[in-house]
Design a protein around this ligand. Structure first.
Ligand SMILES: [Fe+2]
Ligand SMILES: [Fe+2]
Length: 221
């Protein structure tokens, strides 16, 4: 049964893949736009939505870890370097604020090259921190969650609490939900989709919300 593939640890490891992929895609595109000295016209709306959603989703993930996940596992998996990880979240947050400023400038059509360069520098900072950061979390926390043997009830309660908390910090859902689903491989997407109510995956994403997130499609899987 597919459901056996999911606990809090495996869910977050899959979530990290969303961030890893979208970080790669925003870096590639910023570099490409810098080469041609502007954002391609037909990709502009979609790219701004995509990078804005990347920033929101990454920030919400760190708020979730700081305020819910780390406090929950601190006693249960005491060897993980929680304080160091939270310091790294702070560094990333600083770069995400710069990215948000860059996006604001691009939207107001102020100096395009300067804004793209600001994005490039901030993304580089994040890229330097993200990969080792995520590996520490996975090795020292998320891959060990299974060994704590949470019963199915505890597992479900936690998954629900964490995804609700994340959702409250990751608005608007009409962008963040399709962003999450379609930065994942079909196999991972099918598993993560189980965490959403059917109305979200069968109706809202493919029908009601489609026009809003469609511009991001060139960047999605
Ligand atoms: Fe983290
Ligand atoms: Fe994380």
């Amino acid at each position: 049964m597919i459901n056996e593939n999911r606990d809090v640890g495996t869910d977050i490891i899959r979530f990290h893949r969303i961030i890893t992929r979208s970080l790669k895609i925003v870096i590639q595109n910023v570099n490409r736009f810098l080469e041609i000295e502007a954002i391609e016209k037909q990709k502009r709306e979609g790219f701004l939505k995509y990078i804005q959603t990347f920033s929101t989703v990454m920030d919400a993930h760190h708020i979730l870890e700081n305020e819910r996940i780390f406090p929950y596992y601190r006693d249960k998996l005491p060897d993980a370097p929680y304080d160091r990880l939270m310091t790294q979240h702070k560094w990333i947050k600083t770069s995400l604020s710069e990215i948000n400023n860059g996006i604001k400038n691009l939207k107001s059509n102020s100096d395009e090259l300067e804004s793209l360069n600001l994005l490039k520098t901030s993304l580089k900072q994040i890229d330097k921190i993200w990969h080792p950061h995520m590996r520490i979390e996975e090795e020292q926390i998320y891959e060990r969650v299974g060994s704590l043997n949470p019963g199915p009830e505890e597992n479900n309660t936690l998954k629900e609490e964490f995804s609700q908390f994340f959702g409250e910090h990751a608005e608007p859902a009409y962008l963040t939900v399709p962003f999450m689903l379609y930065n994942l491989s079909p196999e991972d997407r099918a598993i993560i989709a189980q965490g959403f109510p059917e109305v979200v995956t069968k109706k809202l994403v493919p029908i009601d919300w489609k026009d809003k997130w469609k511009p991001m499609q060139p960047f999605l899987l």
